[in-house]
Design a protein around this ligand. Structure first.
Ligand SMILES: Nc1ncnc2c1ncn2[C@@H]1O[C@H](COP(=O)(O)OP(=O)(O)OP(=O)(O)O)[C@@H](O)[C@H]1O
Ligand SMILES: [Mg+2]
Length: 201
């Protein structure tokens, strides 16, 4: 029987610290002796590269339906080619953004959440989905030089509202992203260790 890994995704607004924290988490897990791997969406595959080039930094947003379908297509490749093979090797896979980003960003743009879920039906459910909750005003400050088309305060406020719906429903676990990098890392690490303790990994 294939060994089972553990699938974690890290979610939140642009600039909340996802990349910083996902990488710290992987390093800390490795130091504890776990086989952990960092991955991200948009992925490094062809659709992911297309998204980064034409959707995020092209100056203007595409229609939200096109965005949602492209992200779902990229996710399908990401899951099939990277996430599942690594989980089958028994690894802890930490994904910097996942399906909740589609729900939050395209949901905030007005698309029906049920429809977004439907086009992401193939997306494997994470074992632990973390939402780094930082104030939109704070993350906008952090992001000053490298804003993408999604990054204006009005969008970020709406995106946060959708993320918070999934916190309420229990699908996302919230951590306080307004604290220092070290404090956030500590909160995430103890959450992950508690979740891992409930599995046999
Ligand atoms: N807790 C924190 N306190 C202060 N600054 C932070 C904190 N976490 C991250 N930063 C800084 O904020 C900036 C954005 O962080 P990071 O790139 O990790 O965010 P992100 O969520 O991955 O953003 P994006 O969605 O744009 O990829 C970086 O310069 C990072 O060093
Ligand atoms: Mg990032």
């Amino acid at each position: 029987m294939a060994k089972e890994g553990f699938f974690i995704c890290v979610e939140g607004l642009d600039g909340c610290g996802k990349t910083t924290q996902a990488k710290i988490l992987v390093n800390r897990l490795k130091r504890k002796g776990y086989d952990a791997v960092y991955t991200a969406e948009p992925s490094s595959g062809r659709i992911g590269k297309f998204i980064k080039e034409y959707c995020l930094h092209g100056g203007k947003r595409l229609s939200s339906v096109v965005e949602a379908l492209l992200f779902a297509a990229d996710r399908f490749e990401h899951v099939e080619k990277e996430v599942i093979p690594d989980l089958e090797k028994g690894k802890i896979v930490v994904s910097d953004r996942y399906v909740y980003s589609s729900l939050a960003y395209q949901g905030a743009a007005g698309l029906d959440l049920g429809w977004i879920k439907m086009v992401n039906e193939h997306a494997l459910k994470p074992d632990l989905a973390i939402f780094i909750d930082a104030q939109p005003e704070i993350v906008m400050q952090r992001l000053k030089p490298k804003k993408s088309v999604m990054e204006n305060l009005e969008t970020q406020l709406k995106v946060r509202e959708v993320y918070l719906k999934f916190v309420e429903s229990g699908e996302l676990v919230k951590v306080d992203g307004n604290k220092s990098k070290q404090e956030v890392a500590e909160e995430i690490f103890s959450l992950v260790i508690r979740s891992l303790a409930k599995t046999n990994i």
